[in-house]
Design a protein around this ligand. Structure first.
Ligand code: ZN
Length: 404
């Protein structure tokens, strides 16, 4: 059944794109992804299309099973994107583990699996381990691998889009992936549509699609946990830059004489606001901690040393975001990751840096927010594949965010 669905969808999408109506169909899909459930009148306003044209497109999308109509109070009909069939696998590969989920839209279920690396494993879950995990997840969903609608691979490292591999300067983090053209290798092994991207880029896409970035035409996202990554979504598309390595916010230099970073610079944001740097800053205090979560808990309990390091992390993050904002003029900036769970302990100093750098003068309507979407990388992978297939999910159903 999923295979039939995929063929139908691809045929519809490709034929629509070939035809004169193609651009209009794409425009309607883009609005539904950007704005969520919308009335046909609202779609007509946003696209500039005639109401009759919008109606025809909506009926065609409904006939294809891509869209549905939701009644509000029995009066207003909202169009929404609702894939009801097929399964998508979304995995994330990093230096310490490869984890993934299968989203079965026919059954409305999600299954998660993690493969942590054993001590004698080579560092960085290998491409073979990733392929094995995808096969296992397809089995969990009761779907043949060849029937998967698509597979998304998030990599916890920058991807050089020219070579399709991890950027050489970052390859030491996951050496078994060095020089591996990731999308090509996975596609050849599985024979299904594959999207490969940096994990923060995909997280940004999820936060734009279902979170605090919804409806924003220029959305900047930064995530701060073990590492620091960023993503920029412009008009619903991830901005990759010329070679794919745009938005490496973690490597913006904040202190020229700061600690040496693995990228070769000194004083990168990653050396000042990542988990490792925050824990290192506490080493000389009476409050050494084992994790950023512990630091945040202690800070909330009143530990002044933990409060201090979070304050400084927020201040440095604010400096980086101030510089980014003056260049990009985003309408919304969202901060995700473990650090954002510190709330005002981080955001107060972040906002101070924004004010100190006079960002509001350059971007009067800019908003800085805490990210809303948990597990954003995995969900961003689903959003990316759906965008490739001409599908989408306007409202995030509870089961997609649930672990099992
Ligand atoms: Zn760096």
């Amino acid at each position: 059944m999923p295979k039939t669905k995929i063929e139908t969808t691809e045929e519809t999408t490709s034929s629509a794109r070939r035809g004169a109506r193609g651009a209009n169909v794409q425009h309607v899909l883009d609005v539904l992804r950007s704005d969520g459930p919308s009335s046909q009148a609202a779609i007509a306003r946003r696209t500039g299309l005639a109401p009759a044209t919008v109606n025809n497109i909506v009926q065609a999308l409904r006939a294809d099973g891509v869209a549905d109509v939701q009644w509000i109070n029995g009066r207003e009909a909202l169009v929404q994107l609702v894939p009801k069939q097929g399964a998508i696998v979304s995995i994330c590969a990093g230096p310490e583990s490869v984890q993934g989920s299968v989203f079965n839209f026919a059954k409305g279920t999600r299954t998660n699996r993690t493969r942590k690396l054993l001590k004698d494993d080579r560092p960085g879950a290998s491409p073979e381990a990733a392929i094995e995990l995808i096969r296992t997840l397809a089995g969990d969903a009761g779907v043949a691998v060849s029937d998967l609608a698509g597979v998304s691979i998030a990599i916890q490292a920058p991807i050089d889009r020219v070579s399709g591999s991890i950027a050489p300067w970052a390859a030491n983090r996951m050496p078994v992936w060095r020089n591996v053209p990731i999308a090509q290798v996975i596609k050849e092994a599985l024979g299904v549509p594959v999207v490969v991207d940096n994990d923060a880029n995909l997280a940004a896409l999820a936060e734009w699609t279902w979170g605090t970035g919804r409806g924003s035409d220029c959305f900047l996202y930064v995530t701060c946990s073990g590492g620091i990554g960023g993503g920029l979504v412009i008009d619903g598309k991830i901005h990759h830059g010329g070679n794919g390595m745009a938005l490496e916010i973690g490597h913006i230099v904040i202190e020229q004489t700061g600690p040496v970073c693995f990228c070769g610079s000194r004083g990168c944001l990653s050396t000042l606001a990542s988990e490792r740097s925050i824990l290192a800053a506490l080493q000389g205090s009476e409050s050494p901690k084992r994790s950023l979560v512990e630091v945040i808990e202690s800070a909330k309990d009143g530990d002044p040393a933990c409060q201090r390091v979070l304050y400084e992390a927020g201040r440095n993050l604010g400096r980086a975001l101030a510089n980014m904002s003056k260049i990009l003029a985003p309408s919304v900036v969202a901060v995700g990751g473990v650090l954002s769970e510190a709330g005002p302990l981080v955001f107060d100093s972040l906002h101070s840096s924004i004010e100190e750098n006079n960002v509001p003068a350059f971007c009067p309507s800019i908003k800085f927010k805490r990210a809303l979407i948990a597990d954003a990388t995995s969900l961003g992978g689903v959003a990316a594949i759906m965008s490739e297939l001409g599908q989408g999910v306007s409202e995030l159903p509870g089961w997609m965010g649930a672990a099992s």
